[in-house]
Design a protein. Structure first.
Length: 250
């Protein structure tokens, strides 16, 4: 079996933020979001055994505009999404972000419950939206553990996955996350220094930005896939690792 074939069943995970179509770098329009997902799905239908065969869709920060977008994706593609939420920001605006160029509101606990009732998944984005890297071990543990417990209290059921704010992590953060969660997501491909036992806690995602277009997304996805295959690491089956089913993958 070729190295590419070993990776072909590992899904490409897309990362969106706001879908309000605003001026921020990671904000896209609803139609752009739909077109990019469709293009990613089409890209996976390339040469058999040389490309990932599945696409997963995630949203970070839990902005209110994601509510309708997530449901539209489910109806159009039959694809449930995963929304990563900061428990301390439920129902608040994005003034925590000094770089934000427009005011956006985060989902409420009731909104999160509605998402779950419609078949979407919810994960932790830690308690507050701050990088874990400059924090002490005690502070890191608190952010990861409190982000999980407060979100579980709000939605009434367990939370298994975490997405680190800004995609920031180091080996110690991964160790702490492994004691609390089932799976963890960053953005970039993990460093070769990360031990195999922790790879499930630093899964990479493709971060969608405002300048992405359907006709060029294949090139970016191809580079990500190439980086993974060159790493020599065995791929992680995020279908069973995170959810235990295929309903979040196209």
């Amino acid at each position: 079996m070729t190295r590419e074939a070993r990776y072909a069943w590992a899904p490409i995970t897309m990362l969106f933020h706001s879908v309000a179509g605003g001026p921020d770098k990671t904000s896209v329009t609803r139609s752009q979001c739909s077109d990019l997902i469709a293009a990613a799905i089409e890209w996976t239908r390339g040469t058999e055994g040389t490309r990932p065969r599945a696409v997963a869709v995630t949203f970070d920060d839990g902005y209110y505009d994601v509510l309708e977008a997530a449901e539209a994706i489910r109806l159009q593609f039959g694809l449930s999404t995963t929304v990563y939420v900061n428990a301390s920001l439920l129902g608040k605006d994005n003034r925590w972000n000094p770089k934000a160029r427009e005011r956006l509101w985060h989902v409420t606990a009731t909104d999160v419950q509605t998402l779950c009732a419609k078949g979407h998944q919810v994960g932790s984005h830690c308690y507050r939206h701050r990088s874990l890297l400059p924090l002490s071990t005690r502070q890191r543990t608190w952010e990861l553990r409190r982000g999980k417990s407060a979100l579980e209290d709000a939605i009434g059921h367990g939370v298994r996955a975490v997405a680190y704010p800004y995609g920031d992590y180091d080996a110690r953060i991964l160790e702490i996350a492994a004691a609390i969660y089932t799976t963890g997501f960053g953005v970039d491909a993990p460093s070769p220094c990360v031990p195999a036992s922790l790879l499930q806690f630093c899964l990479a995602r493709y971060c969608v930005v405002r300048t992405d277009r359907p006709e060029s997304i294949g090139c970016r996805l191809g580079k990500i896939f190439s980086d993974h295959t060159r790493s020599g690491r065995e791929p992680i089956d995020t279908r069973s690792a995170v959810y235990g089913s295929d309903k979040e993958f196209f």
